[in-house]
Write a protein that binds this ligand. Structure first.
Ligand SMILES: CC(C)(COP(=O)(O)OP(=O)(O)OC[C@H]1O[C@@H](n2cnc3c(N)ncnc32)[C@H](O)[C@@H]1OP(=O)(O)O)[C@@H](O)C(=O)NCCC(=O)NCCS
Length: 187
């Protein structure tokens, strides 16, 4: 049986250098390592997870993201997948686990903001039940771009687990093929 070459794990301070190397490549306006340090040590409402590689030939962190517990709302402040490993189901897998985490914290809905131009991320969010509920005009300082506010109206454990079960065969197929066809990339 094929085992996925990564595990879901808590983000730690030691992960920050690997996260920064992804952050630099995928975001135009990136978070600093200081922001991550503060999030991990001084924000009692934040919870961060990583998809940690189980294979020495893959990058140590394949994806990462977080949840802020904001009363009944699970806010997703950031999520990203290593640029060489996007489109292989990691973003969906991680997002669903962040939603499960939010649900376990007592949240009943999930929210996030996304750049109006970020169509891959919007596709991911729509795929997992988020809808646009508003716009924050000129929200991003770097280019004055609007943010779409997206919400998933319900967080029900059984439903999220069913979505994960549906994703799993696709994830296995993607990864089995990816590891056979392409030599893993070293960091
Ligand atoms: C958004 C992001 C996290 C998605 O991660 P991922 O690991 O590629 O996601 P998945 O493989 O689970 O893909 C989820 C859906 O998005 C689609 N998708 C993923 N990457 C895509 C791309 N580059 N272009 C178009 N669609 C894409 C997939 O086709 C998939 O749809 P499907 O399930 O209907 O096939 C990733 O693209 C990323 O890290 N982007 C840069 C950082 C970022 O913008 N983060 C979000 C900030 S709000």
């Amino acid at each position: 049986m094929f085992h996925l070459p990564f595990v879901l794990d808590e983000m730690t301070l030691e992960d920050i250098p690997a996260i920064m190397s992804i952050e630099r490549r995928v975001f135009t306006s990136m978070w600093t390592s200081g922001i991550y340090r503060r999030e991990l040590t001084a924000n009692p409402w934040s919870h961060y997870r990583v998809l940690r590689s189980r294979q020495a030939t893959l990058p140590p962190i394949l994806a990462y993201g977080g949840v802020w517990q904001m009363d009944k709302s699970a806010h997703i402040p950031t999520i990203a997948t290593h640029p060489e490993y996007q489109g292989k189901g990691l973003g969906g897998f991680l997002l669903l686990h962040l939603l499960l985490l939010g649900e376990s914290l007592g949240c009943t809905e999930a929210t996030l903001e996304v750049r109006a131009s970020n169509l891959p991320a919007q596709k991911l969010y729509r795929r997992y039940g988020f809808e646009v509920v508003g716009i924050r005009y000129r929200y991003y300082n770097d280019n004055g771009e609007d943010a779409l506010i997206m919400t998933r109206a319900t967080l029900v454990q059984e439903e999220i687990e069913a979505e994960l079960a549906q994703l799993r065969p696709k994830l296995q197929q993607h990864w089995q093929a990816a590891l056979q066809k392409h030599p893993p990339i070293m960091e």
